[in-house]
Design a protein around this ligand. Structure first.
Ligand code: F6P
Length: 363
């Protein structure tokens, strides 16, 4: 075995460069293996955009956000968008072309650094005979089989800092401040940052909320002399009997978003209380990774190389109970991990007076 391929797929997150560095240095220093980096996720695999990555290229990138390889969350090699003869696009299965390119570069095992979408694509390639090792990344922290994904800690830290800042202005103006955070259909960022920032109400998709419960909590705070409230809303949160809020983009894509403003409007209408919504958006994906994310990404990257060197294939590295280990790609790509409303973390938040705005609060 001589060469490892690596790509970063899906939405970026802080820590991707730390992983690329760890895979490259771990391969070169410990096993004398070469590393080929494919550009822009699976698109580079289909279009044969790749290069050998040496020590020089990964030097000084540990603390940098983004990914030196580039990424995309649009290109699926099994339904790849190619220009159609009469204009527009058609979707074509380019998976064989991608495999040819791996052969062209003499790649013996492909490291896919991705979230659920990219890992599922990696799994499909493994079923076609391509040796694959997965590394879990996403700010959403919603992958099964790993306790934590890298990128999450940084996103939660960014959201916490924002909540801290909103706290002071909320207090000065006696307002309800709603912070909308990312996370897709899982509430991990909202729960983590909401707890760390002392949010009064945390809205997560796993516990549909009720406007009456939200308003009662605000009134209860007022009765104790607290004239402001901080509400942390996951972008996928929705009211009981409703569903997550998507908006259609000009390009035809569906994106989660807007629940923060909806909650702000409802509070203003029901309580006559001035309310403001702040959407943190992609700030949560950018910037310098936290020490935790740098270390986790490094441990994952090194373990991926060790697995490859030891002959493992079609597995994903993961963190379980503090230890780095691995699971099958099939298990890794089996859906998303969401918050159990009766878990200890939710109960701890409730124990210190945090409301989840839900009638189903089970703690
Ligand atoms: O999965 C990561 C994530 O940042 C989600 O939290 C968010 O819903 C989505 O990606 C945003 O995607 P895009 O970068 O395409 O706007």
């Amino acid at each position: 075995m001589t060469r490892i391929g690596i790509l970063t797929g899906g939405g970026d997150c802080p820590g991707l460069n730390a992983v690329i560095r760890a895979v490259t240095k771990g391969a070169l220093y410990r096993h004398d293996l070469e590393v080929v980096g494919f550009s822009n996720g699976f698109r580079g695999l289909v279009e044969n955009e790749a290069r050998l990555i040496g020590e020089e290229e990964v030097s000084g990138i540990l603390h940098r956000g983004g990914t030196i390889l580039g990424t995309t969350n649009r290109d699926n090699p099994f339904a790849f968008r190619l220009p159609a003869p009469g204009g527009g696009f058609r979707k074509v299965d380019c998976s064989r072309r991608a495999i040819k390119n791996l052969e062209r570069w003499s790649v013996d095992c492909l490291v896919v650094v991705g979230g659920d979408g990219s890992l599922a694509l990696g799994h499909r390639f493994s079923q076609m005979g391509v040796p694959v090792i997965g590394i879990p990344k996403t700010i959403d922290n919603d992958l099964p089989a790993t306790d934590v994904t890298f990128g999450f800690d940084t996103a939660a830290a960014t959201a916490t800092e924002a909540i801290d800042k909103l706290h002071t202005t909320a207090e000065s103006h006696h307002r309800a401040m709603i912070v909308e955070v990312m996370g897709r259909n899982a509430g991990w960022i909202a729960l983590q940052a909401g707890m760390a920032g002392g949010g009064d109400i945390i809205l997560i998709p796993e516990m549909p909320f009720d406007y009456d419960v939200i308003c009662s909590k605000i009134l209860e705070r007022r009765s104790r002399g607290k004239q402001f409230s901080i509400i942390v809303a996951a972008e996928g949160a929705y009211p009981e009997g409703g569903e997550p809020l998507y908006r259609q983009t000009a390009g035809g894509a569906k994106r989660l978003g807007g629940i923060g403003q909806l909650v702000a409007d409802a509070i203003e209408m029901r309580l006559g209380m001035e309310s403001r919504a702040t959407v943190l958006g992609h700030l949560q994906r950018g910037g310098t990774p936290t020490p935790y994310d740098r270390v986790l990404a490094t441990r994952f990257g090194v373990q991926a190389v060790e697995l490859i060197h030891a002959g493992h294939r079609n597995e994903m590295v993961c963190l379980q109970g503090g230890d780095i280990c691995s699971v099958s790609l099939a298990e890794a790509a089996s859906g998303v991990r969401r918050i159990d409303p009766s878990c200890e973390q939710v109960r701890a938040a409730a124990a210190v007076g945090t409301s989840f705005g839900s009638r189903q609060e089970e703690y």
